[in-house]
Design a protein around this ligand. Structure first.
Ligand SMILES: Cc1cc2nc3c(=O)[nH]c(=O)nc-3n(C[C@H](O)[C@H](O)[C@H](O)COP(=O)(O)OP(=O)(O)OC[C@H]3O[C@@H](n4cnc5c(N)ncnc54)[C@H](O)[C@@H]3O)c2cc1C
Length: 429
């Protein structure tokens, strides 16, 4: 039975939301995490390894997910969205909508017998649509909660899953469930998405061997869709790969004039991982300028150059393909007097702009900045504070950010929320 009154609501169960929730829960506050996907983990759980330490992302993110899930003071509602939040005194009243999984969460053991008998195969979102999933599925191997859900849009209602389910937890009659919740403070940690603004220019979705950097994270993950790096069209091991930096960011004409901050570093990381996985591979990174601003980042970049990865200052204008589905990159070489060349690769990786995952308009009375990210009233001295007292923001929801910065900001937001709860006296304690 879900409790209806919490000290704090955290919207978004990515690394920032989980950290903010854990920090508040460790202080004894009752925290509710509302996550719109079927598992917590956000984008970090999708990654292969993380710059600049090359830690396995899954190995450091999964314990954080477990810590949040097993914390006595944290309740997690997945597959749930916030519909409306209104001020009530010094606290807030929220209404949240839990979407039906068509599987009773309390009874599902995550045994996956339903998956084995389901006859339907669909591109798997978690694998960047490079692998397949069933119409009934546990979101991914280390998802939390380990509970299946039915994708009714693709289910053929054959009932094979119902017949094998040992606990009889499949329930096709489940309805969306709206719940009213009272909270004292709110941390918004809704993160980011990759922009599709440059899709047409670079053929994404039309050229099978042009993939995004998030898809490449899955290709590089040891438990990824193919178990090794293969190009999507024909399973060939790529001998040549090009990275296209700022693919739709730092471009006013596409509405994303800002720098997405993490792309230089993740491209360098991926290029190093690809070189490690395929020692004979030739990698070229086409960039405008390399922004290696963080601790240890410049050395990381120099290491990549020493490994033989080519960094070419150039602007990629267009990508087409030849008859064998090899991408052809049309590129303006900035350091060679703007000379235009066409170069053929086995695979191209786009580093697209980062855009906000959520717009609070109509749900929550906080502002967004010109770039669409959540805006803070005191960006220098209190970067987590919004214009609404008691509502704080953490992680990439307020702008592109790497994991360490998201964690630091989550801690700061948790501290601000905790001070607000103490000062306003709106706690359940
Ligand atoms: C290709 C790529 C590689 C990267 N590699 C690295 C790396 O090696 N090292 C590094 O430090 N950083 C890396 N990053 C950056 C890293 O992904 C981010 O720093 C981190 O994910 C930010 O965490 P977050 O919790 O703020 O946002 P997210 O990870 O985006 O999490 C936000 C969560 O909120 C949920 N949500 C959104 N809207 C709602 C809503 N309305 N209601 C409920 N829930 C909602 C989302 O479903 C998601 O679970 C990489 C980024 C990319 C694109």
């Amino acid at each position: 039975m879900t409790k209806q009154k919490y000290d704090a609501l955290v919207i978004g169960g990515g690394i920032a939301g989980m950290q903010a929730a854990i920090d508040m829960a460790d202080q004894g506050f009752q925290v509710l995490i509302v996550e719109r996907e079927a598992s917590i983990g956000g984008k970090m759980i999708v990654l292969s390894k993380v710059f600049p330490t090359l830690d396995c992302a899954s190995c450091i993110c999964t314990p954080k997910m477990a810590a949040a899930a097993h914390h006595d003071n944290i309740t997690i509602m997945t597959y749930t969205e916030v519909k409306k939040i209104e001020r009530a005194g010094k606290g807030f009243k929220a209404s949240v909508l839990k979407r039906p999984r068509y599987v009773r969460e309390a009874d599902c053991t995550g045994c996956r017998l339903c998956e084995y008998v389901c006859p339907v195969d669909i591109p798997h979102e978690f694998e960047g649509e490079l692998g397949a999933r069933k119409a009934i599925y546990v979101p991914f191997s280390n998802a939390i909660p380990q509970v299946a859900l039915v994708d009714l849009d693709h289910c053929i209602l054959c009932a094979a899953c119902e017949r094998v389910c040992p606990t009889g937890c499949i329930d096709f009659l489940q309805e969306p469930e709206e719940q009213a919740i009272e909270v004292g403070a709110i941390v918004v940690a809704t993160g980011y998405e990759l922009s599709s603004a440059a899709k047409k220019q670079y053929g994404k979705g039309m050229l099978p061997n042009v993939v995004t950097a998030l898809q490449t994270e899955r290709l590089l993950a040891p438990h990824g869709p193919y178990g090794r790096v293969l190009r999507p069209s024909d399973g060939k091991i790529p001998d040549t790969v090009a990275y296209v930096q700022c693919a739709g960011s730092r471009d006013r004409s596409l509405g994303i004039p800002y720098c997405s901050r993490v792309c230089c570093m993740y491209a360098i990381k991926q290029a190093m991982l690809l070189s490690g996985a395929l020692p004979m591979i030739e990698i070229t990174v086409y960039y405008m300028d390399i922004r290696a601003f963080g601790k240890g980042f410049e050395q990381f970049y120099q290491n990549a150059k020493a490994m033989g990865i080519a960094f070419v200052k150039a602007k990629v204008a267009k990508i087409t393909e030849d008859g064998n589905r090899n991408p052809i990159v049309r590129v303006e070489m900035i350091e060679e007097n703007g000379q235009v060349e066409e170069r053929k690769y086995d695979m191209v990786v786009l580093s697209p702009g980062i855009v906000p995952a959520w717009n609070p308009a109509g749900v929550l009375s906080i502002d967004t900045a010109d770039d669409g990210f959540l805006s803070c009233t005191q960006p220098k001295l209190a970067p987590c504070r919004t214009k609404e007292q008691g509502i704080f923001v953490a992680g990439a929801a307020s702008g592109p950010k790497d994991i360490p910065d998201s964690i630091v900001e989550a801690g700061a937001a948790a501290m601000e929320a905790s001070v607000y709860l103490h000062e306003s006296g709106v706690t359940t304690r």
